[in-house]
Design a protein around this ligand. Structure first.
Ligand SMILES: NC(=O)c1ccc[n+]([C@@H]2O[C@H](COP(=O)([O-])OP(=O)(O)OC[C@H]3O[C@@H](n4cnc5c(N)ncnc54)[C@H](O)[C@@H]3O)[C@@H](O)[C@H]2O)c1
Length: 218
């Protein structure tokens, strides 16, 4: 079954392949990828077979061809445009981050209800009134949105995004959002993540931390 962990592994295989490619390697075996990502070789083959990717008779893969297939599966062959709603601390930090573009992600605009934010421009990313969200999303065929508003406003913002045609959302607000089944919502709960680390540290549960690392790899 294709689930979030599987997609995260594909992204890790892709990064490992880029490294190998830049070192001049042409071919890779599932064992090499398994070592690079910290999973078993059979897991690598299982993941690839889910997407119809098979190696040659001796179990090897041509790196360039494999990268092409993974990039296609992961939507990396075309630039993905994203809008942010909420231009506060999180929204501004995302707009400042330079790492998205090299991963094929373009933040097209940010929307806010606070007029004081409208004249601020992070690089070439405009901050626009929320009322312009729908037309902007439709005109620019945008399917992905980031919610960076206070929790009390998050559901209303999600509803506006969905009505505009957004299909996938990264939500920073610490609230469970309701959405139709054809929309993907990925919640980023930084406080929860930190609290988990705090729990394991204050309870001296190093073994459990090792297990968390293992879980993150799989
Ligand atoms: N800052 C953090 O470290 C942090 C950490 C974890 C989670 N979060 C969560 O992320 C979200 C954003 O946090 P922040 O620190 O950036 O908040 P912030 O208060 O700095 O910014 C929120 C922005 O949203 C705008 N806004 C409010 N209601 C709106 C609406 N209906 N439509 C459009 N814009 C609206 C505000 O004008 C403001 O610019 C919050 O839900 C917060 O709980 C923040």
């Amino acid at each position: 079954m294709v689930n979030k962990k599987c997609i995260i592994r594909l992204l890790r295989y892709k990064n490992a392949l880029h490294r190998l490619n830049s070192l001049g390697f042409v071919k890779v075996f599932s064992d090499n990828l398994a070592d690079a990502v910290g999973v078993t070789a059979s897991q690598v083959r299982k993941d690839f077979s889910l997407f119809g990717i098979c190696g040659n008779k001796r179990g090897g893969y041509q790196i360039e061809a494999l990268l092409g297939k993974l990039n296609h599966i992961l939507g990396k062959n075309e630039q993905q445009k994203v809008v942010i709603v909420g231009g506060g601390n999180i929204g501004a930090a995302l707009m400042k981050y330079k790492g998205f573009e090299k991963e094929g992600v373009k933040i097209a605009a940010c929307f806010d209800i606070d007029p004081a934010k409208y004249n601020h421009k992070e690089g070439d990313i405009p901050v626009l009134p929320l009322e312009q969200l729908r037309d902007f999303v439709r005109q620019n065929h945008i399917k992905i949105g980031v919610i960076a508003v206070p929790d009390i406003a998050a559901q209303q913002v999600l509803d506006l995004m969905l009505a505009a045609g957004i299909k996938g959302v990264l939500n920073f607000a610490p609230i469970r959002l309701r959405a139709a089944s054809d929309c993907v919502i990925n919640n980023v709960n930084l406080v929860l993540e930190l609290e988990t680390v705090i729990y394991f540290i204050i309870n001296g549960l190093e073994k459990s931390i090792a297990e968390i690392h293992e879980e993150q790899k799989s």
